[in-house]
Ligand binder design. Structure first.
Ligand code: B4P
Length: 328
C-alpha cells in the first residue's frame, strides 16, 4: 500500500518515537541555538557537541567501514526508519520516505527515489511535486516544514542516492526565508536575488498552490526550478575558476519561496586554525551547525557572511545573466 503525503505527516511522530526507543534512530541533542546578527540578518548557529561522537556511535552500532557501507537509501529498508512508499500516478514513479537515522532535529525525514538516481542530477517535475505536496500536507496539519536538496559534489551531500530532506522549522522561519518574505517585488513571477547576502543566490516567489491540481503544481514548481537552475548555470559560467565536474548548488524550498544557491566548495577552511567548517543547504538557509563552543566562537569571529561567501559563488548582481536582470 502506498501513502499519501497526509499519511506520511500523520505517522511521522509515532514512527520517530518508536525508532528512537529501539535505538534504530540516533538523536543528537543540541546545547543551544545562538541567534547571531550580521548586516541586519539574524543567522542561527546550532551547537551540537554530541555530533562529535557520531563516528564512534555508528561503530558501536556495528556499522561497517565507509568504503563497504551499503546504500542506506536502497531497499530493503530498516523497517523502523521506513515510513512507507509514495506513488506518483501521473509519472508512474515510486518513492520511499525514511526517517533520518542521525537526527539533530526531531522528525527529520527524507524522500528518496525507489530506483537509484544520482544526487548530482536535477530534480524532476515528479520529485518537485512530491516535495511540495509533503510541505503542503505539513502546513495543513499545522506543522511548519522546510525542504532542502544538496545537489552536486560541492553541495555538502554525503550520500550519492537521490534524496530530498525535510526538517521541522517549528515556529521559526529560516533567516533567508524571512529576508525573502520581506522583499518587495514589482513582478512576482520572475527570479530575484537577495542582494544583502554576500554570495550569488536566486529566488522565486511561489503562488498559492494549495488548491491546484497535481499537474498544475508540478508545472508551476518545475518552471520556477528550471528558471533558477538556468541562473545557477549562468552564474557558474561567469567564474573561470569554478571546479570541473557537475554543477553544485543547494535548494531550500518553503511553500512561499524556492531558493537556489550555486556552490563552489563543500567546506570553508578557517584561516587561523586551518579547521574545516562543512556547510550544506541549511547553512544557506541561514542555519549553521557547529560541533563545539570553540567552533561557535571561530564562526562568529570569521563571520557567517564570509564563510558562506567562501563556499558560495561570487554574486553577479550587476551583470545581465541569461537575458534576465538580477535586480530585486
Ligand atoms: P546529505 O545530503 O548527504 O548531507 P547532510 O544533510 O549534510 O548530512 P551529513 O550526513 O553530511 O551530516 P552532517 O554531519 O553534516 O544527507 C544525507 C542524510 O541522510 C543525512 O541527514 C544523514 O543523517 C541521513 N542518513 C545517513 N545514513 C542514513 C541511514 N542509514 N538511514 C537514514 N538516513 C541516513 O550533519 C548531521 C545532521 O545534521 C544531518 O542530518 C544534517 O542534515 C543536519 N543538519 C545540518 N545542519 C543543520 C542545522 N543547521 N540544523 C539542524 N540540522 C542540521
Amino acid at each position: 500500500m502506498t501513502l499519501t503525503s497526509a499519511d506520511v505527516l500523520s505517522s511521522l511522530e509515532n514512527k520517530y518515537e518508536d525508532a528512537r526507543e529501539t535505538g534504530d534512530l540516533i538523536f543528537f541533542p543540541s546545547e543551544q541555538i545562538v541567534k547571531h546578527e550580521e548586516d541586519g540578518i539574524q543567522y542561527e548557529i546550532r551547537v551540537c557537541t554530541a555530533l562529535k561522537n557520531k563516528a564512534s556511535v555508528t561503530t558501536a552500532n556495528n556499522e561497517v567501514t565507509e568504503s563497504k557501507k551499503p546504500n542506506p537509501f536502497a531497499p530493503p529498508y530498516n523497517e523502523k526508519l521506513y515510513i512507507g512508499d509514495m506513488y506518483d500516478a501521473e509519472e508512474d514513479l515510486y518513492y520511499a520516505v525514511l526517517l533520518n537515522k542521525f537526527s539533530v532535529v526531531p522528525h527529520h525525514f527524507l524522500l528518496v527515489t525507489k530506483e537509484f538516481r544520482p544526487q548530482t542530477s536535477p530534480l524532476l517535475p515528479s520529485e518537485l511535486y512530491m516535495t511540495y505536496s509533503l510541505l503542503l500536507a505539513a502546513r495543513k496539519q499545522g506543522k511548519n516544514y522546510l525542504a532542502f536538496y544538496n545537489c552536486g559534489p560541492q553541495s555538502g551531500a554525503s550520500q550519492p542516492h537521490k534524496h530530498v530532506q525535510f526538517i521541522d522549522a517549528e515556529d521559526g522561519i529560516p533567516p533567508i526565508e524571512r529576508l525573502a518574505r520581506t522583499t518587495q517585488l514589482e513582478v512576482a513571477d520572475r527570479p530575484f536575488s537577495l542582494r544583502r547576502l554576500s554570495y550569488a543566490n536566486h529566488v522565486r516567489r511561489l503562488p498559492d498552490l494549495s488548491l491546484a491540481s497535481p499537474t498544475e503544481v508540478a508545472d508551476k514548481i518545475s518552471m520556477a526550478y528550471v528558471s533558477l537552475l538556468d541562473l545557477v548555470i549562468s552564474t557558474i559560467r561567469y567564474d573561470p575558476t569554478y571546479p570541473s565536474g557537475p554543477p553544485s548548488y543547494n535548494m531550500v524550498l518553503t511553500l512561499e519561496h524556492m531558493h537556489l544557491i550555486p556552490r563552489r566548495w563543500e567546506e570553508y577552511t578557517m584561516p587561523e586554525s586551518g579547521k574545516k567548517q562543512n556547510v550544506n543547504a541549511l547553512g544557506f538557509a541561514g542555519m549553521l551547525l557547529v560541533k563545539s563552543d570553540e567552533e561557535l566562537e571561530a564562526v562568529k569571529k570569521e563571520t557567517v557572511s564570509k564563510i558562506l561567501h567562501g563556499v558560495g559563488v561570487e554574486s553577479v548582481h550587476d551583470i545581465e545573466v541569461a537575458g534576465t536582470s538580477l535586480e530585486a
